[in-house]
Structure formats: structure tokens, C-alpha cells
Design a protein around this ligand. Structure first.
Ligand code: GTR
Length: 383
């Protein structure tokens, strides 16, 4: 009985346990990091490695072959406003291959290479309908095109099916050595890895400005977007929507979803090693503010929703606060106040952007509207 009680979810701020976060600028051997050169040379690789080994798993760096094939090409999609391309990205390794299906719209009114939003789609494929028969706030392609950006998406199932019994049937087939390794890649790592292969494609598409590709994800997709941005610095900006536990929220607060709950419900998301931290967050050598810090000095925008306490809005905002010392090494000051902003009051003119939207756990038109504002702020006059 006592055990069951200890496991109950906490939604009461006064019951958040006292905790001490690992200091993002202190090396494991106790040395302090004082400038960006030693952050980049010493501490950043150390932190990245801690996340790889303990949380998201290794990211294979090589493959035998990578090919891109345009399978559908519609120059006058969206009533002539956009050019649609569907591309199959095929990765081959260990005599196996896996396909990532990319849907891409670029605006027709602008001829130069365009900045692009890439959604890691964790919901139904109908949310990213290339025919535009179905339109969804989850991926408001028309709005993004009107705003002068390209918009793209792939479905998580191409990286790894989101299922504890079948998650191996994606790109993990190409890397069998990852499968029973304590720090081996799992589903969220595979989704982030797939996003990097899309980035490889963008670097070859002359309509895309590959230096301005923004990765977007919601919830479990928002966790993958953060990890993609942390380990692949080609992503210029990260949008992590309602990402919650093992996303942007601090684990040590144990508010809403906890490490134990997420590992029990989704054993296929994170490494075998991560299970060691069930009900044992203080033993983690990292907390999620350090994942945000790995994005520095690139801009990052993080969100919550008021009815989504499961994802710990306050703990998410605090991650941004505690990532600030790394942004400060680059003189990228965010000016965040210690307390979260009011509901529906987005923080746009900052390297660490944030809003807490009124409403439920979802990715909505409001969220995208602010993503576009944040992109416009950081890349003015791009269109
Ligand atoms: C929940 C899970 C969250 C979040 C969410 C989602 O069930 O506990 O961590 O990932 O799913 O992806 O919508």
C-alpha cells in the first residue's frame, strides 16, 4: 500500500521534492567551464555522451548507402502556391534497407532557397496529407507556405514503429548491434536519427536553405526533436511542443509523468540503462536543462498547455532557465524572468522562447503561429 502511494502522480507544487540539479558548466571531474571554447571542446561532448549512454542511446554515424528518389512531383500544388515533392530516402546498412518517406512543400512565390520547418509526425498520417484533402492544425501547411517557409514532415513509424513489440522494424534493422546493448538506440533515438537523414536530403535540394532547417515535434515527437537538435547541430532551430518528461521538463521535480512511469509505459523509447533511474532521478548524471543547453547557441522554442500538467509546465520553463548559463557563454542572453510568463503570453524575442497555451495537450494553430513569429524574429528578411 505504501509502495502504491509513493508511485502516485504528483500535481501539487508544494510536494515537489527538494532537489539539486547537476551543474551544466561543471565537468564530471569537478572542473568549471568558463568559456565557449572549453564548453565545445570538453563539456559539451561529455554531456552529449551522458545523454547517449543513459537516456537516448547511441546514434550510428555510418551506413553503406543513402539514396533519394522523388516519387511524386507536383509543381502547382495548393492552387499554385506551392511545389509538392514526395521523396523516398533509402538508407542501406548490413544488407538491409529502410525507407523514410518525406513530404515537402516549398512556396512558389519565392524563388530562392527557403528556410524549412520539418515535423517529426507522431500522430496519424492524415495530419500531413500531401493531397491537402485533409487539413490539420497539427501541420498547417497552407499557413506556413503563406508565411514564406517550406514545410516538410515524415512519420515516426519510418524511423521506428511506436510499439514496444515492433519498434525494431524500422532503421534498427540496419543496426542489429544496437538492439541488446545497454546504451543502444531505441525508438526516440531512431526518430531523431531519421530526422538527420532528412537533413542529409535537404542539403542536396537547391530549394531548401539547409542552414535554416527547423525541427518540430509534439510530445513524444518533441522529445525526439530535442534529441535531434542536440546531436545534429545542422538543425538551426528547435521547436519542442508539450514534450514533458524526458523532453524539456526537469525529471527531478517528479511532477506529473516520472521516469519510472514513462519507462514502464514506453519501454521501447529509451535505453536499457535509463531504467536504472526509475524512482531514482537524483542518480541521473544529467537533467533535461542540459539537453536544452546542448542546443546552444541556436534558438529553441518550447511550449506547454495549461491543461497538460502531466508534462509539467513549470519544470519545462525551469529547464530553459537552467540552460541559460550556456547561452550566456555565447552572449546569447535570453532575459527570462525566474517565473514562467502568464498564460498565452509568448516569449518570442529571446534565444530561449516559450509559451504556455491555454488548453489541452496538442499541437495547434496557436502554437504554429508563434513558431512562425519566433522564426521571423531570428531570421528576419528571409523572404
Ligand atoms: C503520453 C506520454 C507522454 C507523451 C504523450 C504523447 O502518453 O506519457 O510522455 O509522450 O504520450 O506523445 O502525446
Amino acid at each position: 500500500m505504501l509502495f502504491a502511494k509513493a508511485q502516485a502522480q504528483n500535481y501539487d507544487e508544494s510536494k515537489v521534492p527538494a532537489y539539486t540539479l547537476p551543474d551544466v558548466l561543471t565537468m564530471a571531474d569537478g572542473k568549471m567551464i568558463k568559456n565557449k571554447a572549453s564548453w565545445e571542446k570538453k563539456r559539451r561532448p561529455e554531456v552529449l555522451n551522458l545523454f547517449e549512454n543513459n537516456v537516448y542511446g547511441q546514434m550510428p554515424k555510418t551506413y553503406d548507402k543513402l539514396t533519394f528518389k522523388v516519387t511524386n512531383d507536383v509543381p502547382n500544388a495548393m492552387d499554385g502556391k506551392a511545389h509538392l515533392k514526395e521523396i523516398t530516402i533509402t538508407v542501406t546498412n548490413a544488407n538491409k534497407s529502410a525507407d523514410i518517406h518525406l513530404i515537402l512543400f516549398t512556396p512558389n512565390k519565392i524563388k530562392k532557397a527557403m528556410p524549412a520547418f520539418l515535423l517529426i509526425n507522431n500522430r496519424g498520417k492524415d495530419n500531413t496529407d500531401p493531397t491537402r484533402t485533409n487539413k490539420s492544425e497539427f501541420w498547417p501547411a497552407e499557413t506556413v507556405i503563406e508565411s514564406g517557409y517550406a514545410i516538410a514532415a515524415f512519420h515516426v513509424s519510418d524511423g521506428a514503429p511506436d510499439n514496444k513489440d515492433t519498434y525494431q522494424n524500422g532503421i534498427l534493422q540496419l543496426y542489429p548491434e544496437q538492439q541488446n546493448t545497454d546504451n543502444g538506440m531505441k525508438a526516440i533515438g531512431a526518430w531523431a536519427w531519421a530526422a538527420s537523414r532528412v537533413m542529409d536530403y535537404f542539403q542536396k535540394d537547391e530549394r531548401i536553405d539547409a542552414k535554416k532547417v527547423f525541427v518540430v515535434g509534439h510530445s513524444r515527437g518533441g522529445k525526439a526533436a530535442l534529441w535531434a537538435g542536440a546531436q545534429d547541430q545542422r538543425f538551426a532551430m528547435i521547436f519542442s511542443n508539450c514534450s514533458g518528461n524526458t523532453g524539456a521538463a526537469l525529471s527531478r521535480r517528479r511532477f506529473g509523468e516520472t521516469v519510472q512511469v514513462i519507462n514502464n509505459n514506453f519501454p521501447h523509447w529509451f535505453t536499457i540503462n535509463y531504467k536504472k533511474y526509475n524512482n531514482n532521478e537524483n542518480a541521473l548524471p544529467i537533467d533535461q536543462h542540459m539537453l536544452v543547453a546542448l542546443i546552444a547557441p541556436r534558438p529553441i522554442y518550447v511550449t506547454n498547455a495549461t491543461q497538460d500538467l502531466w508534462a509539467d509546465p513549470k519544470g519545462t520553463y525551469l529547464s530553459l532557465i537552467h540552460a541559460q548559463p550556456v547561452y550566456a557563454l555565447y552572449n546569447k542572453l535570453s532575459g527570462l524572468s525566474p517565473e514562467p510568463p502568464a498564460i498565452n503570453r509568448p516569449i518570442i524575442n529571446s534565444f530561449l522562447g516559450y509559451h504556455n497555451r491555454e488548453g489541452i495537450h496538442n499541437l495547434t494553430a496557436y502554437d504554429w503561429q508563434n513558431f512562425i513569429r519566433f522564426a521571423d524574429y531570428h531570421y528576419p528578411n528571409q523572404r
